[in-house]
Ligand binder design. Structure first.
Ligand code: BES
Ligand code: ZN
Ligand code: ZN
Length: 509
């Protein structure tokens, strides 16, 4: 039937662009399939902001929430479907104890609520009245932003390659955040969208998301006024990116070095540098099958840098920002770089290749030294899925951060705590620097004591390619990817780092 075909197309279109907006309305005036309202534990009676709706609904809400079996504990919920009121279903959602709720808890609650409405209630439209839940030390705007982020992030699916039952899939078409903080909702949506853009890059097949394709994605930022320079293989040779070229030698796909420059006219220039290994097979030190399974995500550092530049440009942050990444596959082709090879990085220092699977730091050696020398930032931060050792140490709960400039690290920690994208500092003592001294070159690309301090020696290795600029290294190997669905992340890329970095940029002085 022509009508249903049009309808289907229309729905698909909306599914891609979920409409997100703020509304400064009372619960009783909200028109949505599902309205979610939060209440703290113990709940006992109807939350104040629902009293008018409750009386319209003939006391139905009071009936549900005053029962003994509803305490308002976190994620406990009751649904009410009452005649004569605007929302189709009203869900009262437990937020747990008041003194336990923080912004991250609110983000997660919003993600949970959105998926509940979409998946259990098949809602096409949902309204969230959650930012009224008090969080100690937070403003209304911060809460509205957190709710928006959690809701938008939770609705993500990477299903472009699914061909069956697509139309049976439950699709949310509109999301309303009930608040008067319109700008905070707009900002939350922009940030979440950029994190989802990052997830798209991470989740894409590695045979499609080649270095060239990733560079093309960076080129897409030109429409936002970002200056993008792409060095192809010939240009990399000319420029002297020998470390990047060495890692690339085992691959048939050519490498790229990419520089993105956003000028928001600030006095300070920040550089973000990312690891862009579009597939890490390990090279000649080939990985076992299990270890290779998720290695399409080894470009997450680059994806985060790209998506953060996009977010900074969209939010028109008043800073100068450069994003740089070296992109290549790490493959064991016939011409692959070998154990024992010595490679010269952009700053002239030589690297003895002890292990071809420690390739990310080799690529970063060029990217970091080029960025400092040519782009002259005031501060430099790199992000990389650099070591399995960092995952062993910290799991996927947070990223590892290290460096010698405590003020930058402290700012990153603080941004991590307010965005929920937390970082944990690892030590950076001289002993760890000594562990990367080489026999046949200046530095070796693995620590000298097997299996010891792997995340840190990767960091101390990188410090050899940073001269004077204040710098911090963030190892995102754990949190960049998720093997299970959480409240606002699914299986796959998480986009971890985009919100963290934007918060850092906003507060950097
Ligand atoms: N890309 C990996 C690190 C990684 C592991 C990221 C798991 C995400 C999840 C990196 O290139 C690597 O293989 N590192 C080696 C270094 C070792 C050979 C010194 C590692 O961590 O095992
Ligand atoms: Zn590797
Ligand atoms: Zn790697």
């Amino acid at each position: 039937m022509p009508f249903s075909i049009i309808n289907l197309k229309y729905r698909r279109m909306i599914a891609v662009f979920m409409d997100v907006r703020s509304q400064d309305k009372k619960a009783e005036d909200v028109e949505a399939d599902v309205l979610v309202v939060g209440c703290f534990e113990p709940c006992g009676s109807v939350p104040d902001n629902l009293k008018a709706l409750d009386s319209k609904a003939g006391g139905e809400i009071a009936n549900h929430v005053s029962k003994d079996d509803f305490s308002g504990e976190r994620k406990q919920w009751r649904s009410i479907c009452a005649k004569g009121v605007a929302p189709g279903h009203i869900i009262v959602l437990g937020a747990g104890k008041k003194d336990k709720l923080d912004l991250e808890g609110l983000r997660k609650l919003a993600g949970f609520a959105t998926r509940l409405a979409r998946d259990k209630f098949s809602a096409k439209s949902v309204a969230l009245q959650l930012s009224e839940l008090e969080v100690k030390g937070s403003s209304k705007a911060e809460r509205a932003q957190a709710v928006t982020e959690g809701a938008v992030l939770s609705d993500y699916r990477f299903d472009k390659y699914k061909t069956v039952d697509k139309d049976k899939r439950k699709v949310l078409e509109s999301l309303v955040i009930l608040t008067e903080e319109k700008d905070a909702v707009t900002k939350g949506k922009t940030l979440a969208d950029c994190a989802l853009f990052c997830r798209d890059l991470q989740d894409e097949c590695p045979s499609n998301m080649t270095p060239e394709a990733l560079a093309q994605k960076a080129k897409g930022l030109e429409k936002l006024g970002v200056k993008v320079t792409v060095f192809d293989k010939a240009a990399c040779k000319k420029e002297g990116f020998e470390a990047l070229l060495a890692v690339n030698r085992g691959s048939v796909n050519e490498p790229r070095m990419v520089v993105m420059e956003y000028d928001g006219k600030g006095s300070k220039k920040v550089a973000l540098v990312g690891k862009g290994i579009t597939f890490d097979s390990g090279g000649l030190d080939i990985k076992p099958a299990d270890g290779m399974l998720t290695m399409k995500m080894d470009m997450s550092g680059a994806a985060v840098v790209l998506s953060t530049v996009k977010a900074a440009a969209e939010l028109k942050l008043p800073i100068k920002l450069v994003g740089v990444f070296g992109a290549t596959e790490n493959m064991p082709g016939q011409n692959a770089y070998k154990q024992g090879d010595v490679v010269k990085a952009y700053n002239g220092k030589t690297i003895e290749i002890m292990h071809t699977d420690a390739e990310g730091r080799v690529v970063l050696a060029d990217a970091l030294s080029y960025t400092e020398a040519k782009l002259k930032p005031d501060v430099m931060i790199d992000l990389a899925t650099l070591t399995g050792a960092c995952v062993v140490a910290l799991g996927s709960v947070c990223a590892g951060v290290m460096g010698k400039h405590q003020d930058i690290i402290d700012q990153l920690k603080s941004s991590g705590n307010s965005t929920g994208e937390r970082v944990w500092q690892l030590p950076f003592w001289q002993e760890y620097h000594d562990m990367v001294k080489a026999d046949f070159a200046d530095v070796r690309n693995t620590g000298s004591v097997k299996r010891q301090a792997g995340a840190i020696t990767a960091g101390t290795f990188l410090s050899n390619f940073v001269d004077k600029v204040p710098w911090a290294h963030i190892d995102i190997a754990g949190p960049a990817w998720s093997d299970k669905s959480n409240d606002y992340t699914g299986k796959g890329g998480t986009g971890f780092g985009v919100r963290l970095l934007i918060d850092f940029l906003e507060n950097y002085k």
